[in-house]
Write a protein that binds this ligand. Structure first.
Ligand code: SF4
Length: 501
């Protein structure tokens, strides 16, 4: 049994491998998405349905806030002890017959999985297909593309992932990757892509699910290798866990002879008992269910039962770099429940593709730049601005990640980097410097307040009455301009309180 020990990397993720790089700035992509009324209808229907289910089941739990606090504390502990916990996990997985591999980045992880999948075949019977359990980590590293390039066909077995794969599409939601597709679109995809599908297939959800089931049955029975992610890994026992709704994951995790699990290093939890908290938080937050229909846990290899070769590929891909950032590391607490997506007004209108990265929505707007770094020139730099900062994501997050605070911090970092790189300051920077100068002195501020009164006739019902030259026009075109008051606050105070402080 060989264990390949690698080193975690403090490098950010490579934008050229995997699906962490937004191909366009968010505002451009969002503008196009907003023109698609069918997309908005599908999203509004799906997110409002999940939101209502989630709210109902969360309300049933009297100690929900205590559970959130416990989840947040366990994650904070796991991040603080990450190197030690990962080593403990490796020891326990190895002791029970599993093999652990470390991957610094997406390219290394892909090469490792490809090598392991090939090794499961023989010269006479090479492995040409692997079945896959839905996994964000494999999406992140672009594993499907790497397997295909290596001559192995990945078969997604989660219904929504299968729809995305057969539609030659990209996922647009963490939990429901095909949320942007309506039933009639799914029917068209199945009729086009599934070889033996019944031509009389309708868009009835039961018929669509049955068609997918028939398509996958042979794949499950013939596959020798499965690839999964992991929702949690328990350091003290070496146990890996996948939670899911359809049972497809259970088939992949038990039928093939070789199981390769690809997991971000942040998924480790210290103790088995920690699952008590997360197995309550996750299903209620993600699907609005009291518990997951399928919860599969495996610890190494059990002779004669299930896969006889079990691998765990631990992926860094920018996580150690995010961990080094004290506030940024809280984004690694994410359990990928997608509750923040379903309450986000920006996500609900633009959908997941506008974010470009495999991680959409509020968490994607912080996690992606943290993993890849804000380099001042990539489209990912626009992601921290993809939010109204309404705070709904913070309220919904089961592990209390303060996403608005992270967004503001990343925006500040981006502004500072951009300012340092620029030789001529922007008009906004000049305006802010002037405002800072005026506000730094009480007399100056009072004089500016009186001077603003002179502009009173120029503003009517929130609009400036004269043409405003650029770049100021860019500001006034989309905002109401408050009418300057007849008297300043100080003047009002002096008049009504006789100058008393
Ligand atoms: S940030 Fe919080 S709400 Fe959003 S997916 Fe992660 S755990 Fe869920």
């Amino acid at each position: 049994m060989s264990t390949f020990l690698g080193l975690p990397s403090s490098r950010h993720a490579d934008l050229s491998v995997g699906h962490l790089a937004a191909p366009r700035d968010f505002p451009d992509a969002a503008r196009d998405a907003l023109r698609d009324s069918r997309l908005r209808r599908n999203l509004a229907h799906a997110t409002s349905t999940i939101r209502a289910k989630r709210a109902a089941v969360v309300d049933e739990v009297p100690d929900w806030e205590a559970l959130r606090a416990a989840g947040s504390a366990i994650k904070a502990e796991a991040m603080a002890r990450l190197p030690e916990l990962l080593e403990e996990l490796e020891r326990n997985v190895t002791a029970r017959g599993g093999q652990v591999h470390w991957a610094r980045d997406a390219a290394e992880a892909n090469q490792t999985v490809l090598r392991l999948a090939r090794a499961a075949g023989t010269p006479d019977a090479p492995v040409t297909e692997v079945v896959k359990v839905k996994s964000m980590a494999t999406q992140e590293i672009g594993l499907n593309e790497a397997l295909e390039a290596g001559g192995i066909t990945p078969i997604e077995t989660d219904l929504a992932e299968l729809i995305v794969q057969l539609g030659h599409d990209q996922p647009s939601h963490i939990l429901v990757p095909a949320i942007h597709r309506g039933r009639s679109e799914i029917r068209e995809i199945f009729l086009r892509e599934m070889a033996d599908v019944d031509p009389g297939l309708t868009d009835d959800p039961r018929q669509l699910a049955e068609a997918a089931r028939r398509y996958l049955r042979d794949k499950f029975l013939s596959a020798r290798v499965a690839v999964s992610g992991a929702n949690f890994a328990i350091a003290e026992t070496g146990t890996l866990m996948v939670v899911e709704s359809e049972g497809n994951g259970r088939m992949c995790l038990t039928l093939p002879q070789t199981l390769i699990t690809v997991m971000g290093i942040e998924k480790v939890l210290p103790r088995w008992a920690d699952l008590e908290v997360f197995l309550q938080l996750l299903p209620r937050s993600s699907t609005g269910e009291r518990m997951n229909p399928y919860t599969s846990a495996w610890t190494g290899v059990t002779p004669g039962d299930g896969p006889q070769t079990v691998h765990l590929v631990l992926v860094d891909n920018g996580r150690t770099a995010a961990l080094a950032d004290e506030l940024g590391r809280t984004a690694l607490h994410c359990i990928r429940c997608s509750a923040c997506l379903n309450v986000c007004p920006v996500y609900e209108r633009t959908g997941g593709h506008a974010y470009g990265s495999v991680y959409p929505g509020p968490i994607g707007a912080v996690l992606t730049p943290l993993l890849t770094g804000l380099d001042g020139s990539s489209h990912n730099d626009s992601l921290p601005y993809a939010s109204s900062l309404c705070g709904a994501c913070f309220d919904a997050c089961p592990v209390k990640i303060d996403i608005p605070a992270l967004l503001v911090r990343l925006r500040a970092e981006h502004v500072e980097r951009a300012a340092a790189a620029r030789r001529v300051p922007t008009s906004e920077a000049v305006a802010m410097a002037a405002a800072a100068y005026v506000m730094a002195d009480a007399d100056r501020f009072a004089r500016a307040g009186r001077a603003a009164r002179l502009g009173r006739p120029l503003v009517r019902r929130g609009r400036v009455r004269l043409p405003v030259p650029p770049p100021l026009s860019g500001w006034t075109a989309s905002r109401d301009v408050p009418t300057p008051p007849r008297e300043t606050f100080r003047e009002w105070w002096a008049r009504t309180r006789g100058g008393a402080s």
